[in-house]
Design a protein around this ligand. Structure first.
Ligand SMILES: CCCCCc1ccc(-c2ccc(S(=O)(=O)CCO)cc2)cc1CCc1ccccn1
Length: 241
């Protein structure tokens, strides 16, 4: 459905990201694993565009105790961004397009010797109906958050920042193991499978070694910190489907 000027672009990106749900073996298609930490595996591809390091990043993870909607809600919800995001300085919501779509402006902490980066992007949380089912596991629900760069007349960029361009998706699926005793579904019955992809164009020069070490360090840290945050935030709350 079209509710705002970016609806078409959003729907197109969601369609493309959902192709990831075919769980094509990440070890194939040229993905190189850079981190493994329990259930979390982080992959990258080496990609240079116009002399800039634009390595695509993909992470797969599986966490208990939370639902797909909870994971996507806390990833999308602007009011809690500062609770889990630690590489961002300025963060402003420039416009709210609908109850699940905002346009955000943020600056990232500078990493010497590169110039500071900022991002101006649309962020939307969408429930996926009839996702492609994979193998024998049937997901209870599937949610996606898409963050992608857009222009906006009201952006008041922090001077000195280089505009980075992002294409990010967080796809979450809830799997439920019904309790043996036929009792109610509790958080112990939940498993949330996560696919996170980030395509970041740094928008200007940055040393390849610096960028690649940031990626290797920051993405696993962010995924661990964010998933722990959601488990803590929801542990005494009613399950949100
Ligand atoms: C020389 C430093 C260049 C920094 C480039 C840069 C810019 C933006 C991003 C980034 C990363 C995640 C998102 S999100 O998942 O949508 C959540 C909302 O914030 C949006 C943007 C990443 C990076 C690459 C470096 C890096 C990697 C992980 C964390 C921080 N920095």
């Amino acid at each position: 459905k079209v509710t705002h000027e970016h609806s078409e672009a959003l729907n197109q990106r969601i369609k493309e990201h959902l192709a990831l749900l075919d769980h094509s073996d990440p070890d194939a298609n040229g993905w190189e694993q850079i981190t493994e930490d329990g259930e979390m595996k982080v992959y990258r591809k080496e990609l240079v565009q116009d002399g800039l390091i634009c390595d695509p990043l993909k992470a797969v993870h599986s966490v208990g105790l939370v639902t797909a909607k909870e994971m996507c809600h806390y990833f999308w919800f602007p009011d809690v961004r500062r609770d889990w995001e630690e590489t961002v300085d300025v963060f402003d919501v420039l416009e709210t397009l609908d109850e699940a779509t905002t346009i955000n402006y943020q600056t990232h902490k500078q990493v010497w010797p590169a110039a500071q980066r900022d991002c101006l992007y649309l962020s939307s949380m969408v429930k996926v109906d009839n996702p492609p089912s994979v193998g024998d596991k049937i997901p209870h629900d599937t949610w996606i958050v898409c963050n992608f760069s857009v222009d906006h007349p009201e952006a008041n960029p922090v001077s000195g920042c280089v505009r980075a361009l992002i294409e990010v998706a967080l796809i979450c699926q809830t799997f439920i193991t019904l309790p043996k005793d036929g009792g109610p579904i509790t958080r112990d019955c939940l498993q949330c499978d996560i696919i996170y992809v980030a395509n970041v164009n740094p928008g200007g020069w940055a040393p390849a070694s610096v960028l690649r070490s940031i990626y290797k360090r920051e993405y696993p840290k962010f995924l661990n910190r964010f998933t722990n945050y959601v488990q803590q935030k929801t542990k005494d709350l009613k399950l949100l489907f």
